[in-house]
Design a protein around this ligand. Structure first.
Ligand SMILES: *Cc1c(COP(=O)(O)O)cnc(C)c1O
Length: 460
């Protein structure tokens, strides 16, 4: 065993190998030395376990492979072939070209982030994007924070700390990532008071509760990723506002998905818009920037000027503050709406609006370009989903490429581990690839990855 160990190269010997001295020039000596040490330590354990010492070339290859994993950033682009448009695990909304350019410009230069160019003195970052939001929605004022969860915490803290907040029992939702309304409420120091029943709640339930308690706020929360079907009733927002006004209690709505466009023309159920919430007379409405809005991660708070001013001056906002790159992307995204170009410019809407004939054409091109070793390719009708906690249960017709092979799970793993990773759906023992969520510019990459996997499957 010790003679086997003595056959292993030293770190110095490894560093002299042409492949590795080339990598030193690119990635610096310490990084390569560390990879050599770690690789040798691992091989030494294997030899002590009874394996024979690998030849020098094999050790070099192992060092190169280890270095590749070290320098490869863990966060990387993937191809989303799942057909879920706002896929929270895959980064939600992709940004428009215009938003990307705006981010680049503001990140490569100083900016007037907190500088008032007219007055020549300190300004506020919260003015950026606010005017655009007001123009688009009719809000009196608006403020942007880091995400919608932050928006809800801030608004509840400012409007309802130490007071009762009324909410329909059916709206005590949990969405992904640990966002649970009762917990958020507790964090903000508001006291949750459930109203009505799980499936049915009426305006008069709120009126009863309001006449009995010291209520600070009525909260309405979008059901997000679940549906109540069957025997159900919920008061409309206008009814909540009406009863709130009677008792002088403001209403806040957490919309989540936060669309500015009507979803009905795309064959989807109507998703409540930010404009509608405001028109119904809510005090504040909160929404995500990276769901149906199709912009960067952000929390938008819109509504009454007096309430927004209170939020803007609360100390908590400092901890939730939005980054300049986000503001740049958000402004560019909002501008597309203002110019009526959202459907052609913003990827989320391009995907929602993609004509089925176009999807069919692309998927047919995939099928022709993929060499089907040990795999059977078929084109089948399927459904894409919106995701991101908007439009639960709503789908769009699509055309998918299905792959039948002896081990679908193996193929799915191969695709996930490819460069770039391709994420697909497994259903009925088949792999489903939906073109709706694959950017047309990524088609050739998807085909390349599938062909590589296909060849590997013949070899193994
Ligand atoms: C998505 C969602 C949130 C959280 O928004 P983030 O931007 O992810 O923080 C809050 N409330 C509702 C109803 C949502 O759908």
């Amino acid at each position: 065993m010790f003679t086997e160990l003595s056959k292993l190269p030293s770190v110095d010997k490894l560093l002299q190998q042409p492949d590795l001295s080339r990598l030193i020039k690119i990635h610096s000596q310490p990084l390569v030395v560390e990879s050599c040490r770690a690789t040798l330590a691992e091989i030494r354990q294997q030899v002590l376990g009874g394996q024979v010492a690998p030849p020098l070339e094999q050790v070099v290859m192992a060092v190169v492979a280890r270095l590749a994993t070290v320098i490869c950033p863990s966060l990387q682009p993937v191809i989303n072939a799942t057909g879920v448009i706002i896929h929270t695990n895959l980064g939600r909304a992709m940004l428009s070209q215009r938003a990307q350019e705006a981010m680049q410009q503001v990140s490569m230069s100083y900016s007037n982030l907190e500088y008032d160019l007219q007055a020549g003195e300190r300004g506020s970052r919260y003015v950026h994007a606010a005017d655009l939001l007001c123009q688009l929605t009719g809000a009196e004022d608006a403020v942007v924070v880091n995400n919608n969860a932050a928006a809800v915490i801030l608004a509840l803290t400012v409007l309802a700390k130490n007071s009762d907040v009324l909410i329909s029992r059916g709206q005590l939702i949990e969405i992904g990532g640990g966002f649970r309304i009762p917990d958020i409420m507790a964090q903000s120091g508001a006291r949750l008071r459930e109203v009505g029943t799980t499936n049915r709640t009426y305006q008069h339930d709120f009126a009863d509760a309001l006449s009995h308690t010291e209520t600070g706020l009525i909260l309405s929360v979008h059901h997000s990723n679940y549906q109540i079907i069957g025997f159900t009733t919920e008061p409309t927002l206008a009814e909540l506002v009406e009863v709130g006004q009677k008792y002088n209690v403001p209403v806040m709505q957490d919309l989540g998905s936060g669309t500015l466009l009507d979803t009905a023309p795309f064959g989807l159920a109507h998703e409540p818009t930010i404009q509608e919430s405001l028109a119904a007379g809510v005090d504040l409405v909160t929404a995500s920037g990276d769901k149906l809005l199709g912009g960067p991660q952000a929390g938008l708070i819109l509504g009454q000027a007096t309430s927004i001013a209170r939020l803007r001056h609360h100390p908590l906002i400092r901890a939730l503050r939005v980054d300049k790159i986000t503001l740049a992307a958000l402004q560019a995204t909002l501008l597309a709406y203002l110019e009526n170009k959202a459907i052609t410019e913003i990827p989320v809407w391009q995907m929602i609006a993609a004509p089925i004939a176009q999807l069919a054409q692309r998927v047919e091109a995939w099928r022709r370009a993929i060499s089907a070793n040990n795999m059977q390719l078929q084109i089948k009708e399927s459904r894409s989903t919106i995701g991101g906690g908007s439009l639960p249960g709503q789908t769009l017709p699509t055309v998918a490429l299905t792959i039948t092979t002896d081990s679908v799970n193996d193929l799915a793993r191969q695709l996930r581990q490819a460069t770039p990773p391709v994420i697909a759906r497994i259903e009925s023992q088949q792999l489903w690839l939906d073109p709706r969520t694959v950017l047309p510019a990524q088609d050739h990459l998807l085909i390349e990855v599938l062909n590589r996997c296909s060849i590997q499957r013949v070899k193994t």
